[in-house]
Design a protein around this ligand. Structure first.
Ligand code: HEM
Length: 184
């Protein structure tokens, strides 16, 4: 039951996007809007997956961590599709050129390929073999944060609050690693 509720909850941003785009048709710049909704949702979900071990004493979401992480990948994939299909209009050479020329785009691409690797190796069998490489999620999150900041012309108060939350989560994770290592 919990799994079904989580499954449906994580789909809300996707349905929200569809309703705004196709039913309400209230969006003036759909490409930018899709970047914002998919990029922000992927970022929030991925940061949430690394906080799951921090909050397990209060709410145990460990059994659902894989599903939640895959949702993060799903929204990042939609974000990439927006770039390739709507923004680049399926022009693969444009995608390659942008990815090589703009640091902001290639940081996003590197992060995406790390997430792709993690999604592909998240099955029980492959996870047992590749789990040590899943630590690369931290590198992906650093790249995503830089990518997200570089995407802004200027930062609003809300975005400063997001960055504050990201720093707080990173600090707590670091503390957790130190405590686990030294078994304090
Ligand atoms: C696959 C490679 C990626 C490409 C080509 C890409 C492309 C873009 C572009 C062009 C924008 C600017 C949109 C605009 O303001 O007009 C953007 C923004 C953003 N991207 Fe990416 N991105 C990639 C990967 C990622 C990943 C993996 C994440 C997170 C998991 C992400 C999260 C974000 C966020 C949060 C924003 C800011 C959205 C906003 O505030 O409007 N991106 N991306």
């Amino acid at each position: 039951m919990k799994r079904v509720i989580l499954f449906l909850t994580l789909l809300i941003p996707f349905f929200y996007l569809l309703v705004e785009l196709f039913i309400l048709q209230s969006v003036t710049d759909p490409i930018k809007y899709i970047y914002t909704v998919t990029g922000s949702t992927a970022t929030v979900i991925l940061f949430f997956t690394i906080t799951i071990s921090l909050i397990r004493k209060y709410i145990n979401l460990i059994p659902y961590r894989r599903m939640i992480g895959l949702y993060g990948f799903f929204y990042a994939f939609l974000h990439l599709l927006n770039f390739y299909i709507l923004d680049a209009e399926l022009d693969f050479s444009f995608v390659i050129k942008e990815s090589l020329d703009k640091p902001f785009i290639y940081l996003g691409m590197i992060a995406f390929f790390i997430l792709l690797f993690m999604a592909l190796t998240s099955t029980k069998k492959l996870f047992a073999k590749y789990n040590k490489y899943h630590k690369f999620v931290y590198l992906a999150l650093i790249l995503i944060t830089i990518h997200f900041i570089m995407a802004q012309k200027s930062l609003s108060i809300l975005q400063f609050i997001y960055i504050g939350i990201i720093l707080l989560i990173s600090y707590c994770k670091l503390l957790q690693q130190i405590i686990n290592k030294n078994k304090i």
